[in-house]
Design a protein around this ligand. Sequence first.
Ligand code: NAD
Length: 265
Amino acid sequence: MQEAKRLAFLNDLYGLEGKTAVCIGGGGVLCGEMAMGLSMAGAHIIVADVVEEAGRARVQAIEQQGGTAQFFQVDVQVRESMVEVTRALAVQGRDCDILINAPGVNSKKPFLDVDDDEWARIIAINLTGVRNSCQVFGKFMIQHETHGSIINIGSVTSFCPLSGVSTYCVTKVGVVSLTKSLAAEWAPRHIRVNAICPGFFPAEQNRKVLSPDRVEAIMRQTPQHRFGEPPELVPTVLLLASPVAGSYITGAAYSVDGGFTAFTL
Ligand SMILES: NC(=O)c1ccc[n+]([C@@H]2O[C@H](COP(=O)([O-])OP(=O)(O)OC[C@H]3O[C@@H](n4cnc5c(N)ncnc54)[C@H](O)[C@@H]3O)[C@@H](O)[C@H]2O)c1
């Protein structure tokens, strides 16, 4: 087959030219990589993160690979900070075609040591924050009649808990449950809502919850016997983001975890 024909086929399926993708947590390791992939597929990227330095660095990386991106400082706990983004999008004549919700914090300790402040902080960012973002950007999509795609980031703990991170596990179950509720509620609005549930993708941000014993246990439980590499999340993001490739997919929670949640003994 002619190369041009093959490329056109792939571009029709996965191309995101003219689309805008809002990446919440885009200064982070996983969402940053997702943002790079969405940009390679043609989307304009809004990197939205509470940490300015990391967000701006990601914008620079996207520009260096030939894409376009803007940074907005948002705190998912503060709805107004995200409303500001929708105002800016409206001024620029942009829709929110793709929304990735990947803000995340974690802390490893026994349940009895989790005080009210810590419980509240993790729930506020990982779960209420995703709810806030879905409300703000979902409303914007509905007002603009955008046939958009929302991708919420769960975890293996969306399906089965891990020891020592009980609050985090609660939030990730909630993220998938919210994803399914919104998929049903917004299907008549032509908004698709899905989750990606990554396995273990270690970097600086989560090294503190990965002791050598835990790493060994994870490897025993992972049929592919290795950690994930952030670029391995990109194809699933492109599938769910594309209105063509992902047209009939909503309410799904995709595991990208080397088989971790497929396996017990
Ligand atoms: N890395 C993994 O192994 C792994 C596995 C499963 C799920 N996840 C999930 O993937 C997502 C990304 O994780 P990561 O590993 O890239 O971590 P990360 O720390 O690199 O990224 C998280 C980003 O969220 C941002 N953030 C934190 N609080 C925020 C707030 N209040 N408002 C806006 N942004 C905020 C951080 O600044 C950071 O840039 C998280 O939801 C995490 O729970 C990660």
